[in-house]
Design a protein around this ligand. Sequence first.
Ligand code: SF4
Length: 91
Amino acid sequence: MVLEDKLFTVKYVPDTISHLQPDNEKCKTCENKACTIVCPANVYEWDNVQNKLIVNYENCLECGVCRIACAKHSLKWEYPKGTKGVTFKLG
Ligand code: SF4
C-alpha cells in the first residue's frame, strides 16, 4: 500500500494557520533536516530554490516525531485548535 492510500484512511479538518512553526533561520543551518526524513506523512520538504522549509501542515498526523527528531530545536509545535486536525477512522 502506498503512502497516499494509507493517508486516505484518516480524516483531516485543517486549521487556517499552521500548528507547525519552524524557525527557518535554524533550518538553514541544519545539516540533516531530519523532519524531511522521519515524518510519516511527508509534511516537510526542503526547497533549495527558496532556501526554506515547506510545511504541508494539513497532512500532519500529530505524532510528534518531528519535534523530537529536530536537532536544532527549530520547531514550535502545537496541537491544532479546537476540533481541527486529524481524526483516525481505524484507530
Ligand atoms: Fe509529521 Fe508527525 Fe511531525 Fe505531523 S507530528 S509533521 S505527522 S512527524
